[in-house]
Design a binder for this molecule. Structure first.
Ligand code: SF4
Length: 342
């Protein structure tokens, strides 16, 4: 029988919880949006996006009926666009079934696009106060350390082990506080580096603290190396317009716009432009940038090219259009900024 930490966590959360906009509501639609945004994005960044997104789509119906360009624009900067596409699919499914919010049954939630066990557990516990486990990186870290769990969190077996621990800790009430206590403890006290164990409500029960082995937990195997791609980016500019193009509707950054770019090869810039039938006044080299995706790293070498004629292959957009009507990946944000400020 593992030592019980539930009451300590809830008590600590009651006093120390962070004041966040989605904590002023029990509306499952709002809580769902916050949870999807919080995947892979820091809380401080999410706050403004959350408010803005809800001003665009205050109800599930608004989200279901949104035009794709408006939807992607509202998500611009958050990355991982499949998240917002799945949210819209889910909203459309629910609306087609006459529902105006998320269901309160785990099996129904798990049947919806983009909702896995973590999000389902978070919605059930936070919005509906139904005892339900939501296991994310914070839970792995806190439990991995408190109980010195030896199994690697990247292995499928770990999911079962951590789930069993969480099931044994689940309170009958205050499920919302229980789930959120891990989020706050994990981000403010039991942090990945230099945890503040002396301030932790669990330090008298934590095995890793007792054994001075905190840095060994949670056990994690090294990630695979990311693939590196060196790419050349073109800011083709004609008068007050810049050229953009749309990516394919599947794969990395699906359906987003981008500045024309391609893999860097041995071909000279002159040859590439000749092949593209681009005639120009002048060229200037821009600052190189790097963008890290989960599995690929892009090293970008960019050129500002003032062209003589707009090439029909691209969309030629003004600053205003670029700002308001098209969503570009944040991989290009430095070059967007450059064009906007020129
Ligand atoms: S005592 Fe330290 S390592 Fe253990 S749960 Fe608390 S902060 Fe984490």
């Amino acid at each position: 029988m593992k030592v019980r930490i539930t009451e300590d966590l809830i008590e600590w959360y009651r006093i120390n919880q962070r004041d966040l906009p989605w904590r002023h509501t029990k509306n499952a639609y709002y809580i769902w949006i916050s949870e999807i945004m919080l995947q892979q994005t820091r809380v401080e960044t999410v706050i403004d996006y959350y408010k803005r997104f809800l001003s665009f789509f205050p109800t599930l119906k608004d989200l279901a009926e949104a035009k794709e360009d408006v939807l992607l624009k509202a998500w611009e900067g958050l990355g991982y666009y499949s998240r917002v596409r799945n949210m819209q699919k889910t909203a459309q499914i629910l609306l087609n079934h006459g529902m105006m919010t998320l269901p309160n049954k785990e099996s129904e939630l798990l049947a919806l696009p983009g909702i896995g066990p973590y999000t389902a557990g978070a919605i059930l516990s936070i919005a509906y106060d139904i005892p339900s486990v939501a296991i994310d990186g914070n839970v792995y870290r806190v439990l991995g350390r408190v109980y010195e769990v030896k199994d690697s969190i990247n292995k499928p077996k770990a999911t079962r082990i951590y789930k069993e621990i969480m099931d044994s800790l689940l309170p009958n009430k205050e499920a919302s506080f229980f789930t959120q206590s891990f989020m706050d403890l994990g981000s403010s006290i039991c942090t990945p580096k230099q945890p503040k164990c002396e301030l932790c409500p669990l330090h008298d029960k934590c095995l890793a603290f007792k054994h001075k082995s905190v840095e060994l937990y949670p056990v994690k195997e090294k990630k695979k190396m990311q693939r590196v791609e060196n790419r050349i980016v073109f800011l083709f500019v004609y008068q007050d317009r810049v050229a953009i193009c749309k990516r394919e509707n599947k794969g990395l950054l699906a359906s987003l716009y981008e500045f024309p770019n391609e893999l860097l090869t041995d071909s000279s810039l002159e040859d590439i432009l000749k092949e593209k039938k681009i005639e120009y006044n002048f060229i200037s080299r821009l600052e190189d940038t790097k963008h890290v995706f989960s599995h690929i790293i892009w090293n970008l070498q960019a050129y500002y090219i003032s062209v003589l004629e707009p090439n029909g292959e691209y969309k030629w957009v003004t600053k205003e259009e670029l700002q308001n009507a098209y969503s570009l990946s944040s991989a290009f944000s430095k070059y967007v900024k450059f064009f906007m400020e020129r």
